[in-house]
Every structure is written in structure tokens, then in C-alpha cells.
Design a protein around this ligand. Structure first.
Ligand code: SAH
Ligand code: SF4
Ligand code: F3S
Length: 442
């Protein structure tokens, strides 16, 4: 019997979907080495923390977790503690200084090295930092998918936008697209394995393929995957208002399987502030794009990201953001308090806003958005939607949930005849701010 067969690993993931996808590739490598997943730290031979550094709060969570693991390591000297992902890329050696109990620090371009590094460390080699960004990011890495019917499909990595507040381009590197044939081949394999829904992942999916300089773009990719048998829904994350063309909107509207949900981060409703953020579009352009999207897709579910308290944001500028919310009427918005990131231009800009004022603005913003979200969800009452069953909710095994094409979550009382991955019709009974309640139609 393989000696490694009884070994275990824990995997803790922070951050965005990109990190979720990367974690599946870390898990794939660990399983290839013969490790089995566990939730129990005491049982683990490897604990891997895949990290995010987009805001200070994200980093604080990771540092807290690393601190907790010190005692686990003290009890089990053979335990290998690995910190990976964006914060590993940003902090590098500083992580070893801060936490000498770590064994491996692996950056965003070195995922494929996990097996080799674990083996070296087990041979008694020194703790190791792998953070070279010259490495290519797309490797044939074994992937352990955590979900049965939903799969992440990375289509590009990195970002060239350099919004002045954002650390992502620094820790993910420049944009690199994955060859279209590789993406199509992966989706065909996934479909053959029974996956129904895929999410195409990239920091800025609308610039997909531009680095090939052969005419390939996001629209071409959508058309190329729209008729892959077995796939029912194609999602994509994240779009950028500067790079999303009207032709791409046409492609999204034309492709049968591409969902009716569009996430289009606006960040602010003030053109002046957007300039300071280096977003590359004006409020006017953004609104034209939204009009076109609504014209082509009347039932589109629109969501966005917003930052409050960016340096130099005046009360008037903030009011413009509130006005934009009321004008666009998003179904939902992810709202963030500006968090200064060392090394980004905004961190040293004039006009930093104090913490209390940022919190007040966040609260006001959320009040406006919540009212709009509730109104949308109330409009859904009494109507029927197709959902793919995702299974029990976190807190109650008797309540199950699924999502509509527009990415709205509907909860219902468990019905024993349903299985995870079933596509069913659900009637909405009650719309709330964050979630809908309903019942499955027979
Ligand atoms: N590439 C995507 C998402 C990047 S991070 C995009 O451009 O939309 C997700 C969101 O985090 C961003 O849209 C932004 O709203 C927020 N964000 C990024 N850096 C931030 C910072 N320093 N402080 C607060 N929010 C930030
Ligand atoms: Fe960050 Fe801007 Fe790139 Fe998004 S587009 S990842 S916000 S730099
Ligand atoms: Fe965080 Fe990295 Fe994603 S910084 S938001 S995990 S790209």
C-alpha cells in the first residue's frame, strides 16, 4: 500500500472565484500525492491557506488564521504549513518573518510547484518561497472540483488596468489569455463529466484574447462554446465597462446558454472620481452601455461593485454615486469601504477620508441599494423560474436552494425527490432583500 495513502490535507480559501479555482488545482495536486481532504487540523499533514490581499480586512483574516495555526504546528512538527495566493505573492519573505512556523510560501504563478515543494520539504530541505512571476500561469494541473455540477473555467489571468486603488495587477501580473482551443477542450471534458454550469473566470473577461492579436476576443469565445452539448448555463466574471464593447453585448444576448446575469462594476458615479481611480470611462459612457444592455436584454439582472471613501471623494461626488444607483437600479451591489494598499497610487493621494465618514457613507449607500434589491425581489413574487438545485443551505439541511439564470438565490423546503444538479421550476412566494423563498413546481 502507498505509504501516503493515509495522509490528510486541509485547505482554507479566501478571496475571489479565481482563488476558488486555484484551490481546486492545489487540491488536485495533493490528491495526486495520495492525500485525502479533512476539516480537522489535528489530522492534517498539510494545511494550505490560499489568500487574498485586496483589502486590509482580507489580510487581517489571513494573519489571524496563520496565528491560530502556530499551536497546531507546535503539536505536530511534521505538519507542512503552506500559504499561497495573492497575499503570499505580495508579502513573500515578510510572511516567514511574521510567522516563522510557515513552511512554504507560494505565489500566484507557482501553483504547479506544490508537489515538488512538499517532497523537498519532507526530505528536510529549508522552508521555501516560490514567487517568481516570470513563470507561465497555465499548466496542465490535476484539478479536484469541489462542486458536482458547477465548474470554474479560467480563461485569462492577470490585469493590465492598474486602477489606482487596486493591488490585483501587482499580485496577479499582466494579462495572459488561455488559448481558445484549450478552453473549449476543457469545457467539453467537463460537460462529458456531467457538469451543467460553467463560470468563465478572468479579472477582466472583456479583454480576453486581445493579447493573441489575431482577432480572437470574448465574443468569439462565447460563440465557440455556446453549442457544447450538456452545458446549460455559461456565466462569466468580471466585466469591465471600458473593454465591454457593444458587439460583446450582442454576443451575450445572442448566445443561448449565456446567462441573463451581468456583473458590471462601476465603482463610483462621479466621472471625476473615476478619473482619479484610472477606470478609463465616464459615467455617461457607463450609462450608455447600460441602456444598450437593457435594450438587448430586457430581463437582464444587473449587479455591480462600488467603493466609498476613495481619496478625494466629496459629499457631492458621493451623492452622484447614490444618484447613479437610483438611475441604473441594480439588482444587487457589492459595496466596499476604500482600503489603502501599499504600493498603489491611491494610498498616497491627498484627501484620504476618515474611517467614521467612510462607514457612514457605506451605510447610506447600502440603505439605498437594499431598498432597490427588495423592490426587485418583490416583483418576482408569484412568478416561475428555472433553477439548478445546489443542495441544502448552510444553516438548515431541510431547506434547499438553487439559482436562477440571473443568479438569484431561491430557497425552498426540502423535497426528497430532488437531487443536487436537477434543473427544476420554482415559484417565488416571497422576495426579501438578499434571498427569495419559494416552492418547487411538479
Ligand atoms: N477585476 C474585477 C474585480 C477586482 S477586486 C474588477 O475590476 O471589477 C473586486 C472589487 O474589490 C473591485 O471591483 C473593487 O470594487 C474592490 N476593491 C479593489 N481594491 C479595493 C480597495 N483597495 N479598497 C476597497 N475596495 C477595493
Ligand atoms: Fe483591480 Fe481594476 Fe484590474 Fe479590476 S480592473 S482587477 S479593480 S486593477
Ligand atoms: Fe483577492 Fe487575489 Fe482575488 S487579491 S480578490 S484573491 S485576485
Amino acid at each position: 500500500m502507498d505509504l501516503l495513502a493515509s495522509k490528510h490535507y486541509c485547505l482554507i480559501t479566501y478571496g475571489c472565484q479565481m482563488n476558488e479555482a486555484d484551490s481546486e488545482r492545489y487540491a488536485g495536486q495533493l490528491e495526486e500525492l495520495g492525500y485525502t481532504m479533512t476539516e480537522d487540523w489535528e489530522l492534517a499533514d498539510v494545511i494550505l491557506i490560499n489568500t487574498c490581499c485586496v483589502r486590509e480586512t482580507a489580510e487581517d483574516k489571513v494573519l489571524g488564521k496563520i496565528g491560530e495555526l502556530k499551536h497546531v504546528k507546535a503539536r505536530n512538527k511534521n505538519l507542512i504549513l503552506a500559504v499561497t495566493g495573492c497575499m503570499a505573492q505580495e508579502w513573500q519573505d515578510r510572511l516567514f518573518k511574521r510567522a516563522p512556523h510557515l513552511d512554504l510560501v507560494i505565489g500566484t504563478h507557482n501553483i504547479h510547484k506544490l508537489i515538488e515543494l512538499i517532497k523537498e520539504r519532507q526530505k528536510g530541505m529549508n522552508r521555501f518561497l516560490a514567487a517568481d512571476m516570470g513563470e507561465s500561469v497555465f499548466h496542465d494541473i490535476p484539478t479536484k472540483r469541489f462542486q458536482k455540477f458547477f465548474a470554474w473555467v479560467p480563461i485569462m489571468n492577470g490585469c493590465n488596468k492598474f486602477c489606482t486603488y487596486c493591488i490585483v495587477p501587482h499580485v496577479r501580473g499582466r494579462e495572459v489569455s488561455r488559448p481558445l482551443e484549450d478552453i473549449v477542450a476543457e469545457i467539453k471534458r467537463i460537460a462529458a463529466d456531467g457538469y451543467k454550469e460553467i463560470t468563465l473566470l478572468g479579472q477582466n473577461v472583456n479583454s480576453y484574447g486581445l493579447d493573441f492579436r489575431d482577432g480572437t476576443d470574448f465574443s468569439a469565445l462565447l460563440y465557440a462554446i455556446d453549442d457544447i452539448d450538456g452545458i446549460e448555463r455559461v456565466r462569466y466574471m468580471t466585466s469591465h465597462p471600458k473593454d465591454m464593447t457593444f458587439a460583446m453585448v450582442d454576443a451575450i444576448a445572442a448566445c443561448r446558454k449565456v446567462v441573463t446575469h451581468l456583473h458590471l462594476p462601476v465603482q463610483s458615479g462621479s466621472t471625476d472620481l473615476l478619473k482619479r481611480m484610472n477606470r478609463g470611462y465616464s459615467t455617461e459612457h457607463y450609462l450608455e452601455l447600460i441602456d444598450y444592455i437593457r435594450e438587448k436584454m430586457p430581463h437582464v439582472v444587473l449587479t455591480t461593485d462600488l467603493i466609498v471613501g476613495f481619496p478625494g471623494e466629496t459629499e457631492e461626488m458621493f451623492q452622484e454615486t447614490l444618484a447613479l444607483l437610483r438611475k441604473v437600479r441594480y439588482d444587487m451591489a457589492y459595496t466596499f469601504i476604500y482600503s489603502p494598499r501599499t504600493g498603489t497610487p491611491a494610498a498616497t493621494m491627498d484627501g484620504q477620508i476618515d474611517r467614521a465618514e467612510k462607514s457612514r457613507r457605506l451605510k447610506r449607500l447600502m440603505e439605498v441599494q437594499n431598498e432597490i434589491s427588495l423592490a426587485y425581489n418583490k416583483e418576482m413574487e408569484g412568478k416561475d423560474y428555472e433553477v439548478i438545485v445546489e443542495g441544502p443551505t448552510k444553516n438548515d439541511a431541510d431547506r434547499w436552494f438553487g439559482r436562477t439564470s440571473g443568479n438569484k438565490m431561491i430557497i425552498w423546503d426540502n423535497d426528497d425527490t430532488l437531487a443536487v444538479g436537477d434543473t427544476v421550476t420554482v415559484r417565488v412566494d416571497k422576495g426579501q432583500t438578499w434571498v427569495l423563498k419559494g416552492h418547487v413546481l411538479k
